[in-house]
Design a protein around this ligand. Structure first.
Ligand SMILES: [Zn+2]
Ligand SMILES: [Zn+2]
Length: 345
């Protein structure tokens, strides 16, 4: 059992190998499910004219409902609480994110706690009602600030910009595919820059290209690792040593979680050296938090990425996964003496 770093439940984190076993049917209709409802997403809610509660159009066999029905149920609550007019459409609810992100060619059927909603206009009381009344909704996140504003931090002198989790739990995962295999990368979503899978796969393509140029064999540093994706894919690719680092504590916690959740696929055994819950949210001095051994030697640090360069032995490759709009010149300079090659992704 792996405990959820957000809500402490033991049901939030499914080991990656179990996710891969069940993913093909996770969002599919069962033979008893009703056909897809025909709802024009641009139709004002008042014209849909139906009573909505948790049993509306729920399959009696598999217990799932179509995404549009779930969203309509949420919209009904938003209108009831005065946060949307009855002219609002399904498009006006927010951004739905399925708990295990995976490209599916059909609208998902959802069971309990399978959806996280990101909304612009929402308050805490209504968010709690939505989580309590709509069983498919696991968590509600309020989006503040500009959508292009990055989440998390590159250096310790910047302030983290965090989406606000108003109700429930926001732990979800994305399945990351590469030529080396697949990983299930969990993240506390409100601490994380929201990337849609296209951007993710472009970053993986950069790694694949480095692999074919034999640059992923030695010591690889994933200097601002976020949930750990690039570093852990480097483990899959056969890197001898991988160093994962982030200055933002939730990223370090998510990386540790992802080594646990993918332990059997990565063939790694984790050892914690510093209890992350005792650390400041933004790194002060570089600190080794955990190591893992098996297919590769892995270290996880909580440090400013410039400070980290000064304490590490020479490495072969440093990956800097920078946020859009952030200048990376200073970081590249800091790593030039420590790493044989610096790649900003
Ligand atoms: Zn949770
Ligand atoms: Zn069904």
């Amino acid at each position: 059992m792996i405990t959820c770093p957000r809500c402490a439940s033991e049901n939030c984190v499914i080991p990656a190998e179990k996710v891969f076993e069940s993913i093909s049917s996770m969002y599919a209709a069962c033979p008893s499910c009703m056909p897809d409802p025909i709802i024009d997403k641009q139709t004002p809610f008042r014209k849909l004219a139906t009573v909505l509660d948790d049993s509306t159009m729920r399959c009696k066999n598999c217990g799932k409902r179509h995404l549009d029905i779930v969203i309509a149920h949420v919209l009904d609550i938003l209108i009831r609480e005065g946060l949307r007019s009855n002219e609002a459409t399904l498009f006006d609810v927010g951004t739905p994110m399925i708990v295990i992100g995976y490209p599916i060619p059909f609208p998902p059927r959802l069971g309990r706690n399978m959806l996280i909603l990101i909304m612009d206009v929402i308050d805490k009381k209504t968010a709690e009602m939505i989580v309590n009344e709509v069983s498919e909704v696991k968590g509600v996140i309020k989006r503040t600030g500009r959508s292009e504003q990055p989440i998390g931090i590159l250096t310790t002198d910047s302030t983290p910009h965090i989406y606000d989790l108003l109700a429930g739990c926001d732990l979800r995962a994305d399945i990351v595919s590469s030529v080396f295999g697949e990983l299930c990368i969990y993240k506390t979503q409100s601490d994380t820059h929201i990337e849609f899978s296209r951007a993710g796969s472009e970053k993986i393509q950069v790694l694949e290209s480095l692999y074919y140029h034999r640059k992923l064999e030695g010591t690889v540093v994933d200097a601002c690792c976020g949930a750990g994706t690039l570093g852990l894919v480097s483990v899959l690719a056969g890197a001898r040593e991988v160093i994962l680092n982030d200055a933002f504590l939730p990223s370090v916690t998510n990386t540790i979680l992802n080594i646990r959740a993918n332990a059997s696929i990565l063939d790694l055994e984790l050892e914690i050296h510093t209890d992350p819950s005792r650390l400041r949210i933004v790194a002060d001095a570089p600190r080794l938090i955990a190591t893992a051994h098996g297919s590769s030697d892995v270290s996880i640090y909580h440090s400013d990425l410039v400070d980290l360069a000064s304490i590490l032995e020479r490495s072969d490759l440093c990956l800097i996964d920078a946020f859009t709009g952030v200048s990376t010149g200073g970081f590249v300079q800091a790593w030039k003496d420590t790493a044989a090659m610096v790649v900003t992704i």
